[in-house]
Design a protein around this ligand. Structure first.
Ligand code: GTP
Ligand code: MG
Length: 198
């Protein structure tokens, strides 16, 4: 069963301060404002656990969340592709995210979030490339599914599936979610649960 109680463990801004690599880590990655923090809150059932904002660039550190009764750690990451922040800051976050994705030994899967309204963009492809090279399994999860009409969502799921099938390390299954409408959240919970018990 997916843990019911989740707590904040720590936030880090550099690789030297990562918590010890223990248990199964699942990281949420994606463009700024895609809905990473909101989806973590929906999954854990704790609204304010990960900070969300309508202004892109809200999450600026790697934030670790743990459930005492399971070996699962969830990591909320700064988004990439946020043009408005100072350049050096964006570079620092992107470097941190990419170093973490490349070098974390207990990182079991990356949940790569794609906004249903935008589909896969150039910087998402760059993230996929990096994960393919690092041989880290990632799974595309569509966010904000409430924002597009059902036929467009069906098309997007098909297109995203086809795009994932061409990649080396992509998990073939696509999950469409809406944190707002609590859609696809149970499905994603089940997926993460499986990873923790395997
Ligand atoms: P950064 O930390 O800046 O990278 O953003 P993030 O990916 O963590 O996004 P966050 O969860 O903060 O959400 C960004 C905005 O999208 C907020 O205004 C959320 O309310 C909104 N949002 C997130 N998920 C959904 C969803 O499922 N549906 C709708 N309609 N809006 C959503
Ligand atoms: Mg965030």
């Amino acid at each position: 069963m997916f843990a019911r109680q989740w707590d904040f463990l720590t936030s880090v801004t550099d690789m030297a301060n990562l918590p010890p690599a223990a248990g199964t880590e699942i990281a949420f990655a994606g463009r700024s404002n895609v809905g990473k923090s909101s989806l973590i809150n929906a999954l854990t059932g704790r609204k304010g656990l990960a900070r969300t904002s309508s202004t892109p660039g809200r999450t600026q550190m790697l934030n670790f969340f743990v459930a005492p009764e399971t070996p699962l750690t969830i990591v909320d990451m700064p988004g990439y592709g946020y043009a408005q922040a100072p350049k050096e800051l964006v570079e620092a976050w992107t470097n941190l995210v990419f170093s973490y994705l490349r070098g974390r030994p207990n990182l079991r899967r990356v949940i790569l979030l794609i906004d249903s309204r935008h589909g896969i963009k150039k910087n998402d492809l760059e993230a996929m490339e990096l994960l393919d090279k690092a041989a880290v399994v990632y799974q595309v999860v569509l966010t904000k599914a409430d924002k597009i009409k059902p036929p467009a969502l069906v098309r997007l799921i098909d297109e995203t599936k086809a795009a994932s099938a061409k990649r080396v390390a992509a998990h073939p299954e696509i999950i469409a979610t809406s944190s707002e409408k609590n859609r696809g959240v149970d499905e994603l919970r089940a997926e993460l649960c499986n990873l923790a018990t395997q």
